[in-house]
Write a protein that binds this ligand. Structure first.
Ligand SMILES: [Zn+2]
Length: 263
């Protein structure tokens, strides 16, 4: 039986600006329920048009207590950032007055994804990837069509279909297959060149890639998310400014067993 102290007044933490900005960034500036922009331009000024909502209600009504009974909670403390989410004013009003268990679960899932990404950046804030992978990226970017034609990998050598699962998506698969067929051999050569310059350098890079993949796996990311996160990691850690080049490198490491694989 739920017990509520009658004398306890509804309280609400005053949410400071830093927390508000962090909540806004978490949802990429748009309402997670209706995708409406949470910052709009008014008289050439950016105006925030969102509320900080409690995912699990702060002063739950009897109805809310009943429908949310036994549901997962994001935090023991209801009035803290882990239980907050930025919503547009309309969605917030509906959520607070006509809450359904489906909406509650939806927000819990959204916030869980956000928390996974936050955890990841905490774990890997200072994790770097050897900068010389940039040399490899530049090399593949400078190759012409003819030289790429001569180094194509055979279709039979592809390993992608053995490794990918349903979460990877057909578009990613097609892209990765094409990148592997065209760029696998030249990248392998470029990594061998690095190895000649300094013993174990390419081995070191491969193990860094494998470790980062393991971290993503531990955080329970799906394959499409892993592909995206790895692509971003290559970019931010090496100064590669072209997303496609970074995707080509990630594709190489899928074929070469560092990613999506136990080998
Ligand atoms: Zn909304």
């Amino acid at each position: 039986m739920e017990c509520r102290v009658l004398s306890e007044k509804p309280r609400r933490a005053s949410v400071n600006d830093t927390v508000k900005m962090s909540l806004l960034c978490e949802v990429d500036g748009s309402c997670p329920l209706c995708r409406r922009d949470l910052v709009v331009k008014k008289n050439k000024k950016n105006v925030r048009v969102f509320d900080v909502a409690h995912i699990y209600p702060l002063n739950a009504t009897d109805h809310e207590l009943a429908i949310l009974k036994g549901e997962v909670r994001l935090s023991n403390d209801i009035d803290c950032e882990e239980n907050f989410i930025a919503l547009c004013k309309e969605c917030h009003k509906i959520y607070d007055t006509k809450k359904t268990v489906q909406e509650y679960r939806q927000l819990v899932e959204i916030k869980k994804e956000i928390n996974k990404i936050k955890e990841l950046s905490k774990l890997w804030d200072r994790q770097t990837l050897h900068k010389d992978i940039l040399i490899v990226a530049e090399k593949i970017g400078s190759m012409d069509e003819r030289s790429l034609d001569n180094t194509k990998l055979s279709y039979d050598a592809l390993k992608v279909s053995d490794k990918k699962d349903d979460t990877f998506g057909i578009l990613n698969e097609i892209k990765v297959i094409q990148f592997i067929l065209i760029f696998f051999v030249p990248i392998k050569e470029a990594l061998k060149d690095l190895e000649k310059q300094e013993k174990a350098k390419s081995t070191f890079i491969c193990s860094q890639v494998k470790s980062y993949y393991a971290v993503l796996l531990m955080q329970d990311f799906r394959q499409d998310q892993i592909f995206e996160k790895m692509t971003e990691w290559f970019m931010t850690n090496t100064g590669i400014d072209d997303r496609s080049k970074s995707e080509v490198l990630v594709s190489y490491f899928i074929q070469n067993c560092e990613i999506f694989s136990e080998c």
